[in-house]
Design a protein around this ligand. Structure first.
Ligand SMILES: Cc1cc2nc3c(=O)[nH]c(=O)nc-3n(C[C@H](O)[C@H](O)[C@H](O)COP(=O)(O)OP(=O)(O)OC[C@H]3O[C@@H](n4cnc5c(N)ncnc54)[C@H](O)[C@@H]3O)c2cc1C
Length: 498
């Protein structure tokens, strides 16, 4: 039986492992951390559970190919799905703009706010609706399709493709300027900071959300990863945790074995690299097998920006009745790690629908404060001084509590800071390049990366994970994990078993 060593036990690595076992390979996952899941995780603090990932999961709609794929890897079987009524609500000067799941309701809400924006509202809602029936292709990567399959795929993408092309060429800020009312402008522009960020990152999530394709699995991110881990183990897969790959033993065009920080070494016929792409190219391959597509992006962060988060967990001794699940509200400016512009809004998500995430009568709450360049570099510099770094984390956490108490005076004295993660947290625990939580972010001048995962010059190694294709995130990790085994099956001349 051919042996596959998988480096990284995030969703991509687990997916690869499950399909490796299903296809008769003998596989082992090496994971740096003491548990699997990677960025799809959650952690417990002071009696609360902080869900560290899923705000919406693409693939929760019955009958869609991606839902079936999630079920094959054991992620969603028999799991309740929470369908939030709104993607997000944004407050501006006392007006609340809702991105409702029901597009008719969203349209009415927006028209009530600004009837003079009727034409732009109608167009926006119409375009969102056109994406409702878009189904993520999961069967095969493009480069493995036959001509006929490619033609069928292109035809199936006709509607969605036209909308995505339209929004690819518009920046988020320009899209917001199509609306006259400041609250509607604010709602759109709050998706991304100023810059060339393409409006596809607004329309795509709204299209799939309002089409009922993305919701939230009950139990959250960590539980989803644990179900995948159980599926992998039930198929005979082996997991080595606290086992960071640090070196590859290469002869000619073949990787023979993987050396780990803990002194262990693993021989392999094939290697799937399901960790961060930068770790592969710079640490494991020591810059000797550079990939032009990745190089171009790493060297040009303005066109290919990365995003990470400051993630604040808060426990509230109370219930969040009538407060939207995800709410963006204005706050007195908060300085973040000496950034040029203090932040003026906070995005809060509460987990009232998950009673097990908090003691009885309490609610778990998280805040996601997006960080881009040059903020990511500043976190990298700050972490060198551990005391200053910890002080800054606490200061940010306390500022968030203060802002909450101002916005929700009835919560005063009932909020508890549980934890503050920064871009460096994702780097420390997951080896995530710059702490990035998706791949390269779509911009107008940037070209989306679609990568086969092959490393030029090496014949038995395949890369998978969130970096390889748009839109990134968990679906890409799932699909590319599966694809990497399809590629190995092709190499070994065996049919792929789904
Ligand atoms: C706050 C937050 C919110 C998010 N929200 C969503 C959401 O709502 N929807 C969505 O779809 N996505 C979301 N994401 C993104 C999603 O979590 C990631 O895209 C996805 O989990 C990436 O999976 P991956 O397997 O490709 O990579 P990772 O999760 O990064 O997994 C890589 C694994 O490799 C391990 N590793 C790294 N280096 C080594 C090494 N040398 N040796 C051994 N192991 C190694 C790491 O420890 C890690 O476990 C969110 C992410 C964050 C952080």
């Amino acid at each position: 039986m051919k042996k596959i060593v998988i480096i990284g036990g995030g969703v991509a690595g687990l997916s690869a492992g499950i399909f490796a076992q299903k296809n008769g390979f003998n596989s082992i996952i090496l994971e740096k951390h003491h548990t699997v899941g990677g960025e799809c995780t959650g952690w417990d603090r002071q009696g609360y559970h902080i869900d560290g990932c899923i705000h919406w999961l693409l693939g929760t709609k019955e009958g869609t190919p991606i839902k079936k794929l999630w079920e094959t890897v054991g992620a969603l079987n028999g799991v309740g799905i929470y369908d939030p009524e709104s993607f997000m609500a944004v407050e501006h000067d006392g007006v609340i703009v809702h991105f409702y799941r029901d597009i008719g309701r969203m349209r009415s809400n927006w028209l009530e706010i600004s009837s003079e924006d009727k034409d732009s509202i109608e167009e926006f809602c119409r375009d969102i609706k056109k994406l409702n029936s878009f189904t993520v292709p999961v069967a095969k990567p493009m480069d493995m399709m036959s001509i006929i399959e490619k033609i069928k795929f292109i035809i199936s993408m006709k509607n969605a493709g036209a909308i995505m092309q339209k929004y690819d060429k518009v920046s988020v800020q320009d899209l917001s300027k199509k609306f006259k009312h400041p609250a509607l402008r604010e709602a759109i522009s709050s998706f991304m900071p100023e810059g060339d960020y393409s409006a596809s990152s607004v329309i795509f999530p709204l299209g799939t959300f309002t089409g009922g394709q993305s919701s939230i699995p009950i139990g959250g991110s960590k539980a989803l990863a644990m179900r995948m881990m159980n599926r992998y183990r039930s198929l005979g897969g082996i997991i080595e945790t606290s086992c960071e790959a640090v070196d590859l033993d290469i002869t000619g065009d073949t990787v023979r074995s993987i050396k780990c920080k803990n002194g262990k070494s693993f021989e392999a016929d094939y290697i799937i690299v399901a960790c961060d792409a930068h770790v592969l190219y710079e640490q494991l391959l020591k810059g000797q097998y550079p990939d032009p597509e990745f190089q171009k992006r790493y060297n040009n962060p303005e066109v290919y920006p990365l995003a990470s988060n400051i993630y604040v967990g808060i426990g509230y001794e109370g219930t969040m009745d009538n407060i939207p699940r995800t709410l963006k509200f204005p706050v007195k400016p908060i300085d973040i790690n000496q950034n040029q512009k203090p932040i003026e809004h906070l995005q809060m998500t509460h987990y009232a629908y998950e009673p097990d995430f908090a003691p009885k009568g309490h609610t778990a709450i998280t805040f996601a404060i997006n960080q881009f360049q040059p903020e990511l570099d500043r976190w990298q510099a700050l972490v060198e001084d551990r005391d200053a770094y910890n002080t800054e984390k606490t200061r940010i956490g306390e500022s968030v509590i203060q802002a909450m108490e101002t916005r929700f005076p009835h919560m005063k004295g009932k909020l508890r800071l549980l934890d503050v993660a920064t871009p460096q947290t994702y780097k420390r625990y997951c080896n995530a390049y710059q702490g990035a939580f998706m791949g390269f972010w779509p911009t107008i001048p940037g070209k989306p990366l679609t990568h086969t995962g092959h490393v030029k010059g090496l014949n038995n190694i395949v890369l998978s994970g969130q970096w390889l294709q748009p839109p990134g995130g968990l679906p890409t990790a799932l699909i590319t994990g599966k694809d990497s085994i399809m590629r190995l099956c092709k190499k070994t001349n065996q049919p792929f078993i789904r």
